[in-house]
Design a protein around this ligand. Sequence first.
Ligand code: BES
Ligand code: MN
Ligand code: ZN
Length: 492
Amino acid sequence: MDVTFTNTLPSSGHLLVPFFDETSDLPAAFSSQLGEGARAQLQAVLTKSKLLGQKGNHLTTVSPEGLTDVSVTLWNAGSKSDFDAEVFGAEVMAAFRTREESELAFHLINAALPAEDVARVAVGARLAAYRFDKHRSKPQPKNETRVTSLTLIVNETEPALASYQNYYGPVCDGHLQARDLINEPANVLFPKAYAERIKALEECGLEVEVLDEKKMAALKMNALLGVGQGSARESQLVIMKWMGGGKEEAPVCFVGKGITFDSGGISLKPSNGMWNMKGDMGGSAAVVGAMQALALRKAKANVIGIVALAENMPDGNAQNPGDVITSMSGQTIELQSTDAEGRLVLADALWYAKETFQPKAMVDLATLTGAKLVALGSEHAALFTNQDELAQEFASSSSKCAERTWRLPLLPEYDRMLDSETADMKNSVAGGAGSITAAQFLQRFVGEIPWVHLDIAGSATKLDRKDPREPSFAVGFGVRLLNQWVADYYES
Ligand code: BES
Ligand code: MN
Ligand code: ZN
C-alpha cells in the first residue's frame, strides 16, 4: 500500500472525514478547504444521521459541492481523550477492506494530530490491510484488500512524512516481514529456505552469516543439531549484524527460536491443530523483522540477531526420549521429551551469542510453552529476566508500543526441578510451572549476561482475533517491542 502525505484535497477516490464524539459540529476550518457549501452539506448529514455516541459509527454520503468525483465518509473517531491513532487507522481500514475503493484519503486536518500520530494512523491501516495471499491461485474478493493507496491530509506534511519514512514505516516493514515468515507453510519455509530469505535482507544493510550443520558440528552445537536430526531438512544458524552504534560498543543480542515445524518429534504431538506449529518459528521471525526494521531506519546501535532454525520431526534417525546430549556449553541434557525442543536449540544459540559477542544484554523470543498460554493467554507475553532493571526497561518500552508483557519469576526452587538422575539436567519437568521451568533451563546457558526471555506462545500467532490490527494467523509479536527497547535504551 502506497502512503502519501499532502495538504490538499483529493480529486478522486474516497475521503474519510473523522470527527470526535464530543461535538457534532464540523470545525469551521473545513470551510477554508472544502468551501462553505460542502461544509454545510456535510454538517447537515452529520447532524441528521446521529452518528454520535459510538466509536466507529460511520456513514457514506454523496459527493458534496466542489468535490465532484470524491465520495465522503463521516467517521466517529470516538472520544478525543482516548484516541489511539494506530487503532483508528486499523478500524477504518478494516471497514474499507472489501469495499470497491482503491484510493482512500484521511482528512486529518481538524484532528490536529502530532506528526507521530499521523504516521501511526498509516501504520494501523497497513497492519489491518495485511493479507497473506501469495499461495492463492486467484484473488478471493471476500478477503482481498482493495485499498492500494492511502493519503493522509494534514496541514504540515513534512514532519509527518519524516516520522513515517524514518521510523514508523521501516518498523512496520519489519513487522509485516515477520508475519510473512510466520504465515509461510513449512514446506516452503524450511531452515535452508529461511536462511536464504534472511540472506536477502543484506539489501537493507544487514550483514548476514549462515552456519550450516557442518559448521555447527565443529562448534559442538549438539543440542541444536539433535533437534533437526530426524528431519530431511538441514538445520541452520543465522547471524544478522547491524552495527549502527559506536565502534567500541558491545552489542546487544536478540536470539530467536526458529522451529519451522514442530511435530513434537518422537514425543509426537496430537494431530488436532498440529498445523499451527508452522508458526513455531515466531520468535525467530520477530528477531528477523526487528533486525530489518533497525537496518531500514539506520538505528544508532550495535545489535546482533541470531536465529536457530530446525525442523522437529520423528524418523529412524530422530533422537529419543531418554537420550543424553552434550550441549555446546559442555553441560549435558537428558531428553525427557523430544517435544521440549525449543529450549534445546536456544541453549546452544544463547551460549554461542554469549561466547562470541560478550553482549551487554541478550533477549530471546520463543513460542516456548503451552503452559504460557494457560497462564497468560495471548494478551501478554511472559517475561523472565535475571536483572530487575531490564524488567523495568521492558515494562516501559512495552507500554509505548502495544505489545504487552507480564513478568513471571525465576527462583532456585524452580531451577532445582530440572535436576536429572542421569545428566546435568533434563529438558522437561512434570509438576507444574511449565513456562518457568523452561525459562530456568535457558538461564543455565546465559551465564552472567543480563538477559530477558520472552515466551510468546499464543502471542506470535492467534486463531481467535478481535483487534483489527491483527488480521492474520501471524501477529508478528515482538518486532515493535525489540525496536522500541533499542530506541529507548541503546540509541543516543
Ligand atoms: N512449540 C511448543 C509450544 C507451543 C504450544 C507453542 C502451543 C505455541 C502453542 C513447544 O515446543 C512445546 O511443545 N512445548 C511443550 C513442552 C513440554 C514437552 C515440556 C509443551 O508446552 O507442551
Ligand atoms: Mn515442541
Ligand atoms: Zn516448539
